[in-house]
Design a binder for this molecule. Structure first.
Ligand code: ADP
Ligand code: MG
Length: 256
């Protein structure tokens, strides 16, 4: 499989924090319109991988491509140099990321949260950005919260608003890092439902999650990480059929 038919390709990606190897030769391919779930124990490198893809961390070796374009670096006079901030912002805007903590701008209304990125980073006219924002908020069923501030929303509503904000740049890829882990149990479903709708609509998605039944139902492929490596990768059927005595099997047994 060649990397250039993929929305996202990671090749031998390595990331260290001092002596700690957080990502060790990670390869990942995400095909257009597919959903890849990343599972694994705490500390296995799942967030680091998502953050490296979204260029919140700079990788130490290897390469990550979005639609075949190298992320974070450019070839210049025979050298590989870190990308300048402006080019990096443009690349990052092609990916939407949703975190465990909703990180909406607390001093902006929900509508303003959605307009900020497209108008400032992408130069979309305000009226156009606002129309699109209202449509996105309707899609995540928050039309009645357009003028509210984040603190007036439940955790589930805030997370749905964060998803809408990530969609406002019309990203090629959506990244989720445990988007339901900080939510009260009764609010998890409404967020997973929005994510399921997105997947059904053909969005290309990478989802770090502890929600095993969601991964089983929605993911096309599941990647199991341990100690900075991808230990196993397969369809939900293959992953959940792992022998109980294998490392993956033992992980699944403790993850509900
Ligand atoms: P996961 O998301 O799977 O729980 P992380 O990607 O957060 O794992 O972390 C992988 C490893 O990298 C862990 O050992 C973690 O302590 C370490 N790590 C992550 N971020 C940093 C950082 N900014 N500085 C130092 N160590 C880090
Ligand atoms: Mg994490």
């Amino acid at each position: 499989m060649t990397g250039d038919s993929m929305v996202l390709s990671a090749r031998r990606v390595r990331k260290q924090f001092g002596a700690l190897v957080a990502l060790d030769d990670v390869d990942l391919d995400v095909a257009e319109g597919s959903v890849v779930a990343i599972i694994g124990p705490s500390g296995s490198g799942k967030s680091t991988l998502a953050r490296c893809i979204h260029q919140l961390e700079r990788i130490d070796a290897g390469a990550i491509y979005l639609d075949g374009e190298l992320l974070g670096f450019e070839h210049k006079s025979g050298k590989l140099l870190p990308l300048r901030d402006r080019d990096l912002s443009r690349q990052r805007a092609q990916m939407g990321m949703v975190f465990q903590q909703f990180n909406l701008f607390s001093h902006y209304t929900i509508l303003e949260n959605l307009i900020e990125g497209p108008t400032r980073v992408l130069g979309v006219p305000r009226k156009e950005a606002e129309e699109k924002a209202r449509a996105l908020l309707a899609r995540v069923r928050l039309s009645d919260k357009v003028d509210a501030y984040p603190r007036h929303l439940s955790g589930g509503q805030q997370q749905r608003a964060a998803i809408a904000r990530a969609l406002a740049n019309e990203p090629r890829l959506m990244l989720f890092d445990e988007p339901t882990s900080a939510l009260d149990p009764e609010l998890v479903g409404e967020v997973l439902e929005v994510m399921q709708d997105l997947a059904a609509g053909g969005m290309t998605m990478v989802i770090v999650t502890h929600e095993m039944s969601f991964a089983r139902d929605v993911a096309d492929r599941i990647v199991f990480m341990e100690a900075g490596r991808i230990v196993k990768e397969g369809t939900p059927k293959e992953i959940f059929g792992a022998p109980p005595e294998s490392r993956l099997g033992r992980f699944l047994a403790t993850s509900g």
